[in-house]
Design a protein around this ligand. Sequence first.
Ligand code: F6R
Length: 249
Amino acid sequence: MAITVQTYTTKEEAVRVAADAFEALIRERAKAGKTAVLGLATGSTPIALYKELIRRHKENGLSFKNVISFNLDEYCGLPGTHDQSYRYFMNDQLFNHIDIDKANTHVPLGTLPDAEIDAHCKSYEEAIKAAGGIDIQLLGIGRTGHIGFNEPPSSAESRTRKVHLDELTRKDNAVFFGDLAKVPHYAVTMGCGTVLDAKKVLLLAWGEPKAEIVAKSIKGPQTEQVPASWLQKHKDCVFILDKAAASKL
Ligand code: F6R
């Protein structure tokens, strides 16, 4: 199975294409009286897409009442009220601006004691299954090749679990925290196997700094050392790129 690559001159164009995929799914399911299950990501990459979805909600009547969402990951140690937690990010960047029922939004909990994390991860996986599985999983990609926070080495079978963050990831994310020392060392993330179970996967990447890892993920060997390379196994995975992110293909 090969990854489908779509390259656009501008990020804005690329974002519209990604938004179209989400809008089509949500509207089609709403028409049939059914739910749409979205796998969502945080970080800088999806911000423009969330803005576009909010615009479509406000201007075109796109409703999220039938949407159930599962986020990929959360930092350990940060409660949802912390402005760098991924729960906070999702509320702030998307959920607070659309008509989604917050009870239908799921983000892993980062504040549980170690003894309770395994059970939480299992129940996260079970909740995804109970919702009918993820229809579209949105991904960004880290320069380590991580998807979610599946740092190298991560197996294709990995499931939701607590993971140790790579130093390169901590450094890349230090811009959001303003200080490297404040970036957590651990996170809870869906596994590569969890992501591969989604019916459709859309990975977005912008800018030259992502070009090398994007090329490795698409053209390189499938390996634990580049967790995003496992996406080559998926039957419906699309990389939506701007020109710069596609420049090493
Ligand atoms: C975010 C996530 C990460 C990011 C990746 C890219 O929920 O799981 O895999 O998608 O670190 O981050 P940005 O978009 O900030 O370059």
